[in-house]
Design a protein around this ligand. Structure first.
Ligand code: BDR
Ligand code: CA
Length: 304
């Protein structure tokens, strides 16, 4: 079983990504939270509620950074609602967050399982950057790092920048420059998988997951026969479960931190020549197989 640590800011699509992880073969070692879509208190409370709702047992949930390294807060409440989950009603969590700080836990967990754990970052990269600053050797200890963020085409929060990178560009710059090879799952691929009417229908009859979480998808996108909302973070989790779902292209990725109109842009150069690529950028997603994977994981969860 592939061991993962999921750093996230739930978040509707984070919730659906956690559900995918819970219903899959992944062995989730910990969930760490960061401020992003909503504030840290909310992302942590949502992670706790989701851990129970998704039957994730004793997976520890630790709270991390309440804001970006150097910038003011940007939230995405207009997308995810003030509760972060688009009004989804989950039973209240039975337990509190685990004592300690997410950044320490990331370092300790990677240290204790060298070469075994893949980091999956579904929110702003603040926690991962702080972990790198405190303990650069996590680059060698992590089995890999997958980041949902950025794009080589356009942004979503503004024309240049994707939300997770824009929210903490300095952190993203640290993560991409750390010396490991980042697997980047950007908008270029996540926006190709839309919850169309046909997809929504497949997700409709999967037990309590459908009744509790699925309606929140329509909170941020209208489902039509041709298009619908994307659930970005689930693609990042899917890429760890089955990397053959995606095509990856080596690239040199730099993060714009000083732009007038382009702060938070991922500047992606596929012409690496004799430079060492610092990223494998997802350039194609097998959309049909992605939905098949998601539906079968959700069906598995519904059976429990
Ligand atoms: C990313 O931004 C957040 O709003 C989502 O949860 C996802 O991680 C998409 O740009
Ligand atoms: Ca997210």
């Amino acid at each position: 079983m592939t061991k993962v640590l999921i750093d996230c800011d739930p978040g509707i699509d984070d919730a659906l990504a956690l559900a995918l992880a819970a219903g899959s073969s992944l062995d989730v070692q910990a969930i760490t939270t960061v401020a992003g879509n909503v504030g840290l208190d909310r992302t942590s409370a949502n992670a706790l509620a989701l851990r129970d709702f998704l039957d994730m047992g004793d997976v520890p949930v630790l709270a991390g950074s309440p804001g970006a390294l150097v910038r003011g807060l940007i939230h995405a409440e207009h997308v995810h609602g003030s509760d972060g989950l688009g009004g989804a009603v989950l039973p209240p969590p039975s337990r509190e967050v685990t004592a300690g700080h997410a950044v320490d836990h990331i370092i300790t967990t990677l240290h204790d399982h060298p070469g075994e754990i893949t980091l999956i970052a579904l929110g702003p990269l603040t926690n991962i950057a702080l972990a790198l600053r405190r303990e650069p050797r996590i680059v060698d200890w992590a089995a890999g790092i997958v980041v949902m963020g950025g794009s080589y085409t356009r942004g979503n929060h503004n024309p240049a920048a994707e939300f997770n990178i824009l929210t903490d560009p300095e952190a993203a710059a640290i993560v991409f420059a750390a010396g490991w090879t980042v697997t980047q799952i950007g908008l270029d691929v996540t926006l190709t998988a839309r919850v169309t009417t046909a997809v929504y229908d497949r997700l409709r009859d999967l037990g309590r997951l459908s009744t509790s979480l699925l309606p929140s998808v329509t909170h941020y996108g209208v489902v039509t026969p041709d298009t619908g909302p994307a659930i970005h973070d689930a693609v990042a989790v899917a890429s760890v479960i089955d990397p053959t779902l995606l095509t990856f292209t080596p690239a040199v990725v730099n993060i714009e931190t000083a732009g007038v109109y382009t702060t938070g842009m991922t500047v992606i150069d596929f012409k690496v020549a004799d430079r060492r690529p610092n990223a494998l950028v997802a350039t194609r997603l097998d959309v049909e197989r992605f939905w098949d994977l998601l539906v079968s994981a959700y069906r598995e969860l519904g059976r429990r």
